[in-house]
Write a protein that binds this ligand. Structure first.
Ligand SMILES: [Zn+2]
Length: 205
């Protein structure tokens, strides 16, 4: 395998961190279906620049992410473009689950359960890039279905993804990718059954 080429299976409930070089394509495969993949992107050369849900939504004037979406940074620069998408819709409003949200949404006894926020922090601590919880902006939930009602309500709904569906992004900058393969068991984002994903890169044509 070429150095710098990624091909890894991320087990159910685990985090993953890696660098995708400018010009490479990065694919996330929902191996078994209906798996939420909480994801953040940073400029690998200046991690103070990171994905911005607000700028991305504002620029495309749509709340869902799909093929053609440019993912913008907090500085308004395009970081990645979604170039293929066999799922069709991804969320960037629902945020990441945390010990606190597990407690508020479900029950005090859920506090100890694994969460995406803890997975993000665990991966950042091991990666040693100097990033901390202050560096966690609002994230993307690939393959997660969070429909917005006509009245403006948010719902965590049954997934619309299925086994083998994937989303593929082309990196427009050298990009640090931080993933929590969501361990959530209390809402339908993972169909109550977290499953593995595959992450892959290759050079774009
Ligand atoms: Zn989660």
């Amino acid at each position: 395998m070429n150095p710098g080429i990624i091909d890894a299976v991320v087990p159910a409930g685990e985090p993953w961190i890696g660098t995708v070089r400018r010009g490479q394509s990065f694919r996330i495969v929902d191996l078994e279906g209906n798996q939420a993949v909480d994801t953040l992107f940073y400029n690998a050369l200046d991690t103070a620049e990171h994905y911005s849900a607000q700028n991305t939504i504002q620029a495309q004037q749509r709340i869902y992410l799909t093929r053609g979406t440019l993912l913008l940074s907090n500085r308004g620069r395009p970081m990645l473009e979604i170039e293929e998408d066999t799922c069709g819709r991804h969320d960037t409003l629902g945020g990441a689950c945390s010990a606190e949200s597990n407690t508020v949404r479900y029950a005090l006894e859920k506090r100890h359960m694994h969460s995406c926020r803890d997975s993000f922090l665990s991966a950042l601590a091991r990666h040693d890039a100097g990033l901390t919880k202050r560096d966690l902006p609002s994230n993307i939930n690939f393959f997660m279905n969070v429909p917005v009602t006509p009245e403006g309500g948010l719902r965590f709904a049954d997934g619309i993804s299925a086994a083998g569906r994937y989303v593929q992004l082309r990196a427009l900058l050298d990009t640090l990718v931080l993933i929590s393969n969501c361990p959530q068991l209390n809402n339908p984002c993972n169909a109550y059954n977290p499953t593995p994903i595959r992450v892959m890169t290759w050079e774009s044509a």
